[in-house]
Design a protein around this ligand. Structure first.
Ligand SMILES: [Zn+2]
Length: 304
């Protein structure tokens, strides 16, 4: 996903540079078509050529001065005919010492947002959270602390201690909003995010399962490689035999091996997760080393 976004940003940069170079070329042709400039330019080129063979420095300088004067008389100067890179750091290549240059960063983020479909999948941002209406002070403080934790998590990922986080809580506790805010924050920091409902995840895994062997992994590569995978509302999807549990386990394991982050929201309690997905999935989610389970208990709390 990030690679695609980089390619898009660089392609846009290249198109801009090509357009600018084209404009300069057209401008040059126009300026050199002015008869006085044209004549002075030809004389200058000849003088420079002669001097290149040796001994005509003065003549070249005089011809150059005459040429520059001819340009000036018509309101031009040499820079009107030269392409100057807009970015002094990467000289408009977009590449700054092997890294994406600052000048293409905004385009990269735009492309990444598009590729991750973040506006549709995760419209709620941290800046949308408003706790003022919450009368219970303890609850409000707890939520503020929770949001603080997750904001930091979103900013650091995938370099976080907990790789798999499960947000448990009933309907209306705002866990999807929180997951959405994490996803948005991560994308805005240049990280790739796959945000999917548990149902969508199930469908994608089934699609992979029924694909020819050599296409299986390709079909779910975004799920395996995104810096953050959000599976929203685990437990609402149908359990598909040979698909739901084994593929969930496969994705969790693959992602953990790569050091990537997974965020799961669910109405299920940990005990029901164990019951529904079995010991192997549960032990991933409940691992003390790599995982954390949060329970959000807010009563009728709606964050958006
Ligand atoms: Zn640059």
């Amino acid at each position: 996903m990030k690679k695609r976004a980089i390619e898009t940003a660089l392609a846009k940069k290249r198109a801009e540079v090509a357009k600018k170079k084209d404009e300069v070329a057209k401008n040059t042709a126009l300026i050199l078509s002015v008869p006085e400039i044209k004549t002075a330019h030809e004389k200058y080129v000849n003088a420079a050529f002669k001097n290149a063979l040796g001994g005509f420095e003065k003549e070249e300088k005089a011809a150059k001065d005459a040429y520059i004067k001819a340009l000036k008389d018509h309101g031009y100067d040499e820079s009107d005919m030269t392409y100057t890179p807009a970015c002094p750091i990467c000289k408009d290549t977009g590449n700054a010492g092997g890294k994406l240059c600052k000048c293409v960063w905004d385009e990269y983020i735009l492309a990444l947002k598009e590729i991750c479909d973040i506006d549709a999948c995760a419209p709620f941002a941290f800046s949308d959270a408003d706790f003022d209406g919450i009368k219970n002070e303890n609850l409000r403080r707890e939520l503020e602390k929770l949001y603080e934790y997750f904001k930091l998590y979103a900013q650091k990922l995938p370099n976080t201690k907990a790789k798999i986080i499960t947000l448990c809580g009933g309907t209306g506790t705002g866990k999807t909003s929180l997951a959405s805010a994490v996803a948005r924050e991560a994308v805005e920091r240049g990280k790739s995010v796959k945000f999917v409902s548990a149902y969508g995840f199930d469908t994608a895994m089934l699609n992979s399962h029924t694909s020819p062997t050599d296409e299986k992994l390709g079909r779910i590569s975004d799920y395996l490689t995104a810096d953050l995978l959000v599976i929203d509302d685990l437990g609402t999807e149908p359990i598909l035999k040979n698909v739901t549990e084994p593929y969930l386990l496969l994705v969790l394991e693959e992602r953990e091996n790569k050091g990537l982050c997974t965020l799961i929201t669910t109405n299920l309690s940990p005990a029901r997760i164990l019951n529904r997905y079995g010991e192997r999935v549960y032990s991933r989610l409940a691992s003390k080393q790599n995982s954390r389970i949060f329970k959000i208990d807010g009563k009728d709390l709606r964050l958006n």
